[in-house]
Design a binder for this molecule. Structure first.
Ligand SMILES: [Ca+2]
Ligand SMILES: [Ca+2]
Length: 177
């Protein structure tokens, strides 16, 4: 049996830094720190519709006890969360970004990775490319929720007016002014 690893895991998510999670087992006051890139599509996302962006951490599939991260919008932006009581084992960590407005909550992106704490230390990386955004397309028009929010179209409604182009990016079913 593994001795209970009374630890505090601190996850710090930076929008620009490469990602890594360091778990250090040198004392009774364990602390794991992480930094990660935010999905690039969300870095550029400006929430003008009155909605809010939130990030959550789920450990080992325990969605009932997922932890909301604290997003710091200053500078380049970051978010953090603390997780206590992780055992000396392999853990799966899922990060989810969600957008909530008056119409409800939609998922924008998720990423999953594992951290091995069996030796008291581990390394976990989350890069922007680790995030799945395409899966989250609530109106099934082939354009992700995140891309629609970035383009100013409604991610819940297939506007059906065909794709339009923003710079070099084609965004389907956006609302043309
Ligand atoms: Ca869509
Ligand atoms: Ca749409």
């Amino acid at each position: 049996m593994n001795k209970v690893f009374r630890s505090v895991v601190k996850l710090i998510f930076s929008f620009i830094l490469l990602s890594s999670l360091y778990a250090c087992g040198s004392s009774n006051n364990e602390k794991n720190n992480a930094t990660t890139e935010m999905p690039s599509e969300l870095q550029k996302l400006t929430l003008t519709g009155g909605g809010t962006l939130a990030a959550f951490v789920t450990v080992d599939g325990d969605t009932a006890n997922r932890i909301e991260m604290t997003i710091d919008g200053t500078g380049t932006g970051s978010a953090s969360a603390s997780i206590s009581g992780l055992s000396l084992a392999v853990h799966t960590i899922v990060i989810s970004y969600e957008y909530t407005d008056g119409a409800g909550t939609i998922v924008l992106a998720t990423a999953s990775n594992t951290v091995d704490l069996t030796s008291g230390s581990g390394n976990l990386s989350f890069a922007a490319g680790d995030y799945d955004l395409a899966t989250y397309d609530d109106d099934s028009d082939g354009i992700s929720n995140a891309a629609e929010l970035a383009a100013g179209s409604d991610p819940r409604v297939d506007e059906g007016d065909g794709p339009c182009v923003f710079g070099t990016s084609t965004i389907g079913n956006c609302v043309l002014g």
